[in-house]
Write a protein that binds this ligand. Sequence first.
Ligand SMILES: [Zn+2]
Length: 470
Amino acid sequence: MVEITFYGGVGEIGGNKILLRDEDTKIFLDFGMSFNKRGLYFEEFLKPRTSNGIGDFLQMGLIPDISGIYRDDLLTHYGRKPETPDIQGVLLSHAHADHANYVSFLHEKIPIYCGKTCLSILEAVEEQSQRSIESEVLNYKKRPLFRRDYKKPAINRDIVTFHPCKSFKIDSLDIEPFPVDHSVPGAFGFIIHSSEGPIIYTGDMRLHGQHGQYTKEFVEKASEAKPIAMITEGTRINETKTDESEKKVYTDSKKIINKEKNVSIVDFNFKDLDRFQTFYQIAKDLDKQLVINFKHACFLERYHQDPFVEAPNSTDESISLLLPKRHTGTYNKEDYSDAYVKKRLDYPNIIQAEEIIKNPRKYMVVLNFWYFNMLIDLKPYHGTYIHSLSEPFNEEMEISYDRMKNWLNHFDLNLNQSHCSGHINGTDLKHVIQKIKPETLFPVHTKKPESFTSFHDNTVRVIQGKLYKL
Ligand SMILES: [Zn+2]
């Protein structure tokens, strides 16, 4: 008997936490943060308290209240007894926060299974971000953390990496991991061989990116498996196919940047290596320098060392590293205390904003909205700004987007949108499901699960926390 319970990703985009039980084997498919649920109660200055252990997260429904999965220190801090871990593993599809981050709360004895590239990204995130109870995926320090405990070594999780297309076992389950195309490298879809038959889990995927072929091959294998069930993402189920592609982002953006006589500012997600490659190629083709920040360098260096992906090093001749102003504002070496900046201060390709001002046409600066105060140093008057991210889709994002436009207006920067989604469109997804022909379909990671019933007769309208038997 196989049982599936969905503790996240139900009626929402992301936050996947899917418990699969086959006799005595229990695994989670992803254990991500739900931005949606978190945003219902919390915001920038109103956060769940670490001082209540796991309590605030349980009380507000950000994580499920089930036994045998959580860290001893967080349970006891909340006044509960420690529990023996009772699941055999967590299978991560990819390194996006809405699929991986809440591993933070899990007992260190529960092994985490992920691809090598996923691990590289999680390491890069850890290197450049401050320790937080909501993102301790690879290791953590016991709480409560008193000052005298700061230097104590962290507790490492048991991380097991798997290889593309090489099956592996978690207890009694045989799992086949297949690379899929998504807006982060190292994303996987799975065929899980249970005692009742094969189960497909797509993670997040698309067909229209640089590696659409991966997804096609996964779909082929999934179809051959004749699955009893398919758990599919459905982010864009109601969107029809358009001409979007990474190639189009390249062509459109190159045209805009080529015309620009001033500096070009571009914004895209660090983790998205395909998008990085697009702008890196444009910089090379137009004989410009791509300027990135130190956080971005943490990712690039790990990608460069990863045998499964292709990426230049952060010291590449077409790349410059922008030194931020800290403390005295004079670029003094003593101003930099963050380990990830300090470690790179001797790089030969570090530049300061003043050099970009002298020769603005030579540069394409990668600058995320959260670092827009650096525009004050860059003085990019009358230049171009390319927003290579999805357009705002909720109220909070709208507010930030309006604020972004104010900055652009202030510097008379020209706003351009050039992007393709990380998720499969509805037209493609419908074809994929019709090809795989699962006996039962479980749409997750979607706000419109009802849209699947029109083309698959046995679609389950998933209810959070309900146990489904196969
Ligand atoms: Zn994703």
